[in-house]
Structure formats: C-alpha cells, structure tokens
Design a protein around this ligand. Structure first.
Ligand SMILES: *Cc1c(COP(=O)(O)O)cnc(C)c1O
Length: 361
C-alpha cells in the first residue's frame, strides 16, 4: 500500500553510532550531549539563535503560549492540523477563526482586523504545507494592534527567503519533528524565539521550572526531548540534503504533470521563499470529484489523505465558532498526494494519470 507519506529511516549503522554514544555517556535525558549537539546543529542549519528542543510540536505550541503570556482570544487559521486549535483549547485560550486566502491556503492577513476584540492577545498563523505566509503584512497587522505573533511552522522546516529563514518572523515559531514530517526525531519539536528572555523562560518551563539545585523558579511542565530522540534527529539531519533532493524530484514530477490541468488546482506558492517539497496538495472541482478520485486511487492501493478535513471551525466540541467559507470549501475538496523519497516513478505516473481523469459532474 502506498501512503501519503513514509517515515524516513536512516541507515541503521549510522543511527547505532549515535546510540552507542548514549550508552557510553550513561545519560538518557535532561539536556544530554546529543540533545545539545542537535540543538547547535539545527541552529546553524536554520540560521536561528534561540531554539529550544522539546518532546513534540503540540507541547512546543503550548509552551510558546505560556512564555508569551497569552490570554483570552487568539486569532487563528481554520485550515490546519487539529493540534493548532487543540493546543489553544488545552491552554484555556479561545480560538477565533479568520478565513484563509483561496490561493495560498494561509490566513488572509486582510481579514484579521475584523476579528480583533478587546480580548484578543495574539495571532497564530500556519505556514500550511510549508508555504510561507504573507509575513510582512502579518507583522504590520500585529504591531498595529499590539498583538503577539506566533507561527505554527510545523510544516516549514528549511523554508527561507534570500534574506532569512521563515522561522525568524514573529515573536515565536514552532516546528514539529514527528515521524511523518520531513525532518524528524520520531516524536519531537522545537520553539524558536526572537528574544533571549523568552528563550530562557522556555528553557525553565520545559523542565518543571527548575533553575538549579534545590531551586524552582516557575510552575513548569515536563516536555524535554530525550537522547534517543536526538540520536534519530542527528542521523536524519546527516541525510537531510539527500532527502530534500529526492523529495524535490517527486514534487517536480507532480507539478510538471498537473499544473494547468482542467478541473484541478494547485497551491499558489509564496515566491519569496523556497519550497521544502513537504506536501503535494490538489484541490478538486467538488467534494464528489475528490471522493471519486480517492476511490480510484484506493482501487490501486494508494492512500492519499484529506489534509486538512474538516475545516477546524467546524469541530463539534468548540463552544463558539464562526463560518469561514473559503476554508470550508477548500477543506472539502483537497487531497494530499503521496510524496516521500523513493516513491516509485511507475506508481507516481499511475497517481498522476488517475488524478488527471476527467470527472463528469
Ligand atoms: C504535526 C503538526 C502539529 C503537531 O506536531 P506534533 O509534533 O505531532 O505534536 C502541529 N501543527 C501542525 C500544522 C502539524 O502539522
């Protein structure tokens, strides 16, 4: 069966060399040498200064909200993975959904100000499928209204402009290193801050608030990354350049074959930033069209995913919500096609053929 993604397994010998170091040190967690090494290598690779490794991307969001002392309402996108919304609810924050741009699938910065109330403290956009948001306009809107700006950059590992990495925008950004993401530590994540004080506070909060022997400064939580996660991360990072090249090949085959085809539409990419080839979303003419194509792919043992469905403003457990017509329309008609290093070219051609089939309404 061909799934939408396939976790990257580094060479076992290479991974073992890192794991040997964990055994030799006798140290499994609590900011060990491999976590420190991965943190430094990621800072260098991404060109960021204040990066904290954590146990997963969802906790990265939650810790970022705590560090920035959010309260009340947070304006966010309805078109994302459910963790974006759930992390707010878990922290007793109220998600307020503002609609997306139909081309980029990212939060439309022109609509945000309509949703601001005296309770609003922050904006939480997502660089969805690794496509950078309109970062300059979001900056203007947040500064003008004195709001914090936190990016869910879970899809945006290795996305930069000629100037700088996309993670440098806003007060904070988070990454997810879940096994399904393009760079992973099995489970894991990171928070990137603009400001050193925030970084220091996060370092305390992820380890119970403990600042030294017999000293606890803050009511922190436990969301540390451990040495085995870091060993996997180091091994995957060693291969990352090749992973990127391989994904790019697959991505470009789809793009060359599907761009401009009748009845389907691709994501409009932010040209100022480079692509990380993390996902390949396709918007169909209707939900019925999507279901027909999915059925045809399933017949060939190919499992695309409905990323993202439903539109998050439609989650049944929300206490308050509002309609977001663009997001709802896209959520019901979008599929992500299988993309991973080593996707067989023959199978990819089959996928392309089926996705291009003419659909009679
Ligand atoms: C994967 C993901 C997360 C959650 O990350 P975990 O590491 O799985 O907790 C959050 N937001 C988005 C947009 C994601 O895709």
């Amino acid at each position: 069966m061909i799934n939408v993604t396939k976790s990257y397994f580094p060479d076992r010998g290479k991974l073992d060399k890192y794991i040997d170091r964990v055994y030799e040190s006798g140290w499994m967690t609590n900011n060990g040498q491999l976590v420190q090494e991965l943190e430094q290598r990621l800072k260098d690779f991404l060109g960021v200064e204040y990066l904290v490794l954590v146990a997963n991307g969802t906790l990265a969001l939650q810790v970022a909200y705590r560090v920035l002392e959010l309260s009340g309402d947070v304006i966010t996108t309805p078109f994302s993975f459910v963790a974006t919304t759930n992390s707010l609810i878990w922290e007793n924050l109220n998600p307020v959904f503002s609609d997306i741009d139909p081309g980029s699938f990212n939060l439309d910065p022109h609509l945000i100000e309509r949703s601001i109330t005296p309770e609003t403290t922050a904006v939480l956009p997502v660089h969805v499928f690794g496509n950078a948001c309109d970062v300059d306009m979001l900056d203007v809107v947040c500064k003008r209204n004195n709001l914090k700006l936190i990016y869910d950059a879970a899809h945006a590992f290795n996305v930069s402009s000629s100037d700088q990495n996309v993670l440098k925008y806003g007060d904070a950004s988070i990454l997810s290193f879940h096994a399904t993401k393009i760079f992973h530590t099995i489970e894991g994540g990171a928070i990137i801050f603009k400001n050193e004080d925030h970084y220091r506070k996060a370092k305390l909060l992820i380890n119970f608030g403990i600042s030294g022997y017999d000293k606890v400064d803050l009511p922190g939580i436990n969301c540390k990354m451990n040495e085995f996660q870091a060993a996997m991360g180091l091994a995957v990072l060693d291969d990352f350049e090749q992973i990127s090249l391989d994904r790019r090949k697959v991505w470009e085959r789809y793009s060359d074959a599907l761009a401009g085809k009748a009845q389907i539409r691709l994501q409009d990419l932010n040209k100022e930033f480079k692509n990380n080839y993390s996902y390949f979303p396709v918007v169909f003419s209707s939900e019925a069209h999507l279901l027909y194509i999915r059925q045809r792919l399933n017949e060939h043992d190919i499992q695309p995913r409905r990323y993202f469905y439903p539109s998050l403003n439609k989650l049944e457990y929300l206490k308050h919500s509002n309609s977001c017509t663009v997001s709802e329309k896209i959520a019901e008609s979008i599929l992500c096609l299988p993309i991973f290093p080593g996707l067989d070219e023959k199978i990819q051609n089959e996928i392309i053929q089926i996705v291009s089939e003419n659909y009679i309404q």
